[in-house]
Design a protein around this ligand. Structure first.
Ligand code: ATP
Length: 592
């Protein structure tokens, strides 16, 4: 049998059986039976691409996420926009106007509606026909064309089949088994081969006989490789323990998109994490530059960010232009170098690639390693946990995503998340509401705001004794944004009489609890914290630093991206947030 003769209903029934089976081994058995008995002529790709739709890159994108798909299906079924069923589809999360039991599951809601309109028995549509229809759906540019193809699909299938087609379009079959299982039931070398080629068709074509082993293939220029990944750790202490006795490089975890640059003579590929080749980068200057600065044949692993031309720093997306930070080299000359230890790959990266400011930066621990932005250190070879802790603090303050620690002796392995790379990110908890906190100090600004207090040190109260006002305050965070110039001037004028300069060697006012970190030593203290209450708004995040006592501020939690929402001149100072209330808030929101 082949895909021209195999009915799609076989596949749909197998998928149903997989979902119904509660245990992993039974799920596996259903997959194996399907592969064994249905595909006697080994034409696997046409079925595998339907079972693993998110790994199939032969077909373009459908451009149909739930919202557009709902609209298109409603039109394909000729439902009037205001009909109950159309509303149900469009509001699938809520289950239409009345909450239904299928609410929140798009394919179930769609099936509920399709059931009433589609035939019960299968028309016997073949796997090949389904693939042809899906090809047409992906190729259709206009929505009307997509609606027409969906209409044809609805006519040629029953509701059970259509439900699976919808899930294939959404690229999520919710089977409760991983791609690993599909691969291993298919062929013992399938996963390995897929990892280094990201090409499902090639895997299916090459591994037609499960009993014939395939020699492990190395990576190739021009074929995307699934990336080496990082395991998560909760704090520096844990990471340091895991890497005991090893030489470790610590890098900033950039907040961009993973990118793999492949160059082979005049051909360049920019593969994303999902192994999509971003042709659009090839048209820009980036391609020309990459062409000129890279050796003839190589693969670089890195992160794509946005480069701010004016500040000469990496910026938020949507502004300026893209730049790549290469942190690894995977192929050089005529061979793969993933088997070399990281330290050697880094030497190779330094020796063979010339960085180009704002276009192609190299993430290396020394010399040219210092990014041309100059100011921040982005990676270093660590010899003490305390240095890692401090670096982590800095990256958090610089609003980076966190840090990555890498074993310098490690090889680069596709999809490996066993702990050769460890990632540490601050834990965030959304407060969901404003926090009323006190201004306890101020910092002078620069430039336009030079000589004036432009930022504030905020404090939380120590929980007061019952019936009493707070008397001591914990330094909490620093804030400088949120107010207009006018509002800020007004506030500073009102606070001025209470500012006390923090002269060298002067003592911290006894009502404040601070640590020894320079960041929380403001230029001025406010002598009487009972004057004003501020409302900063931001995300609460858990400092992971308690064990090292290296916190920037005295409170156990800090604010990421704090913003002043407004100044509450009317609110009594003693109603400000206390530390215990903050801790309770964090615990309740993080579910602990
Ligand atoms: P996350 O959502 O935390 O990014 P993830 O599952 O996408 O997790 P991880 O393996 O946890 O991926 O983290 C590695 C990712 O971090 C890489 O895919 C890459 O995009 C990004 N990254 C940023 N900076 C670095 C760096 N210096 N070294 C390696 N990866 C980095």
């Amino acid at each position: 049998m082949c895909d021209e003769t195999v009915e799609f209903s076989y596949l749909a029934s197998m998928l149903d059986a997989v979902v119904r089976a509660k245990k992993g081994p039974l799920k596996r058995k259903h997959v194996r039976t399907f592969l064994d008995h249905v595909y006697t002529d080994h034409e696997f790709f046409s079925a595998m691409r339907l079972m693993l739709p998110n790994l199939d890159k032969e077909r373009g994108n459908y451009g149909l996420k739930e919202a557009v798909l709902a609209k298109s299906l409603a039109e394909a079924l000729c439902l009037s926009k205001d009909s109950e069923d159309a509303q149900k589809l469009l509001n699938w999360r809520k289950g239409g106007t009345r909450a239904g039991s299928n609410a929140g599951n798009f394919s179930f809601v769609a099936t509920e509606i399709l059931c009433r309109r589609q035939r019960v028995t299968s028309t016997g549509i073949k796997i090949k026909e389904v693939n042809d229809l899906l090809d047409r759906l992906a190729a259709a540019d206009r929505r009307e064309e997509k609606v027409a193809v969906l209409g044809e699909m609805i006519n040629k299938t029953n509701a059970q089949e259509m439900r699976w087609i919808i899930m294939i379009i959404l690229k999520d079959l919710k089977l409760g088994i991983s791609e690993k299982t599909f691969f291993s039931e298919f062929h013992p070398d399938a996963e390995d081969l897929f990892n280094v080629t990201c090409d499902l068709k090639l895997v299916c074509d090459k591994l037609r006989n499960r009993n014939e082993r395939y020699d492990r293939q190395d990576i190739e220029v021009g074929k995307a490789v699934r990336p080496q990944l990082a395991a998560r750790v909760a704090n520096v202490e844990e990471a340091w323990k895991k890497f005991r006795g090893k030489q470790v490089i610590v890098e900033c975890k950039f907040d961009g998109d993973r990118i793999q640059i492949h160059k082979n003579g005049s051909s360049v590929n920019f593969f994303s994490r999902n192994f999509i080749d971003h042709q659009e980068f090839k048209e820009g200057v980036a391609n020309l530059i990459i062409q000129n600065v890279l050796p003839d044949k190589c693969i670089l692993d890195g992160e794509m960010l946005v480069w701010d031309r004016s500040t000469k720093r990496f910026a938020d997306f949507g502004t300026n232009r893209e730049a790549d930070v290469a942190f690894d080299v995977l192929y050089h000359g005529n061979s793969s170098v993933i088997h070399l230890p990281l330290r050697e790959r880094q030497q190779l990266l330094e020796k063979s690639i010339k960085p180009l400011q704002g276009r192609l930066e190299l993430l290396l621990p020394s010399g040219s390693a210092q990014p041309s932005t100059g100011e921040s250190k982005w990676s270093f070879i660590a010899s003490r946990a305390e240095d890692v802790e401090q670096f982590f603090q800095q990256t958090v303050e610089n609003r980076e995503e966190g840090i990555i620690l890498k074993d310098l002796d490690s090889k680069w392995e596709p999809t490996d998340r066993s702990g050769k790379w460890l990632k540490l990110k601050p834990d965030y908890v959304h407060t969901g509401s404003d926090l009323d906190v006190l201004i306890i100090g101020g910092y002078y600004g620069s430039g336009r705001r030079g000589g004036q207090v432009a930022q504030f040190l905020l404090g939380l109260a120590e929980p007061p004794k019952p019936g009493q006002y707070p008397t001591r305050f914990f330094s909490f965070c620093k804030v400088g944004t949120g107010l207009t110039d006018e509002e800020s001037d007004h506030l500073v004028q009102r606070l001025k009489p209470y500012f006390r300069r923090n002269e060298k060697n002067s003592k911290t006012p006894s009502c404040y609890i601070v640590t020894n970190n320079a960041k929380e030593r403001p230029d001025v203290w406010i002598d009487q914290p009972d004057k004003y209450v501020l409302l900063p708004q931001g995300q609460l995040f858990v400092w992971l630093l308690q064990s090292y006592n290296l916190q920037v501020f005295a409170a156990p939690y800090g604010l990421r991206f704090p913003r002043v929402n407004r100044v509450r001149y009317e609110k009594p100072w003693y109603d400000c947030l206390d530390v215990q209330a903050l801790v309770d808030m964090v615990n309740s929101r993080s579910g602990s």
